[in-house]
Design a protein around this ligand. Structure first.
Ligand code: ADP
Length: 280
């Protein structure tokens, strides 16, 4: 498979045009006329498409939609875990490759439980080619960014589910990746932990400007976290609504004040109504 520096993949005039995009900010991710099907013949399931989407650098895109509409499929295509049945997906103008361009966070943290917090992150830094001598300082920086300063020596089974998910986010950020793909990362957490992680992720996103694609069922989570929401229709998922979320975003907003803004309620209502229509 080509590396990002190898340039666009075969059939890539379209990929190049897509990456150039119509907007002034180049797209970090360009999805063009993508359809995806699982299986063959009578058992085939068309999960997604046709779908066309540009995700500019620095955007926090939330993908919302009814269960089974293809949200995770789209994320897996951008991560390079699957190849689209037709159409093209480009990340920074090249074909996506697993583990190369994007850090991925799943619903379960998927850490090595017998290793320490620091070792789990250090391993990702090693895969990213960070020299051994630089790794301890980078581990500390990443832990600080996700609010886990001082936990490097703890075993992952000794920390809470919320803390484990913070480690998973730190690991996804390791190696200086500038694209974060998150598939319902907070869905398995209790409500309070989930809110804390949402607040911290919003702060990290606002302060680093890392491009993110975040899959969720929750309309409130979508409005709270995103700079843009895309609602997918029922399977096969196509774009039912594509709307900017223009709320204050310095990273230091008070969450309650943010949720109290009239614009917040209006976005919740519009996105919620579209999701309900899509689920019918
Ligand atoms: P969502 O994330 O929106 O819930 P998914 O992308 O997981 O939706 O799935 C979209 C559709 O594709 C669903 O109907 C699901 O059952 C089907 N699907 C997902 N993965 C596979 C697979 N590996 N094999 C067959 N069908 C699949």
């Amino acid at each position: 498979m080509p590396s990002p520096s190898d340039g666009p993949a075969p059939g890539s005039a379209t990929v190049r045009e897509a990456a150039a995009g119509a907007t002034s900010v180049p797209a970090a991710v360009a999805v063009r006329e993508v359809r995806h099907r699982y299986g063959r013949g009578a058992d085939a399931v068309t999960a997604l498409g046709p779908l066309t989407l540009d995700i500019p650098a620095g955007e926090f895109l939330v993908l919302v939609g009814p269960s089974g509409c293809g949200k995770s499929t789209l994320l897996r295509l951008i991560a390079g875990f699957e190849r689209a049945s037709s159409g093209t997906v480009a990340v920074h103008g090249g074909a996506p490759e697993p583990g190369r361009q994007a850090g991925v966070v799943f619903q379960q943290p998927r850490l090595f439980p017998w290793r320490t917090v620091g070792d789990n992150i250090s391993l990702a830094l090693r895969f990213a080619g960070v020299p051994r001598a630089e790794r301890p300082a980078r581990v500390e920086e990443l832990l600080e960014r996700v609010g886990l300063t001082g936990t490097s020596g703890r075993r992952t089974w000794q920390i809470s589910g919320g803390q484990q998910q913070r480690v998973a986010i730190a690991r996804a950020l390791a190696g200086g990746k500038d694209l974060l793909l998150l598939d319902e990362p907070f869905a398995a957490l209790d409500a309070l932990t989930r809110e804390r992680l949402q607040e911290d992720l919003r702060t990290v996103s606002a302060q680093t400007g890392i491009t993110s694609v975040f899959v969720t069922h929750s309309v409130d989570e979508a409005v709270f976290l995103g700079t843009r929401a895309v609602v997918l229709s029922a399977r096969p998922g196509t774009v039912a609504l594509d709307i900017p979320i223009e709320l204050p975003r310095t990273g230091s907003e008070d969450p309650d004040e943010l949720r109290g803004l009239p614009g917040y309620a209006a976005l919740r209502a519009e996105i919620g109504a579209t999701v309900r229509d899509a689920a019918r």
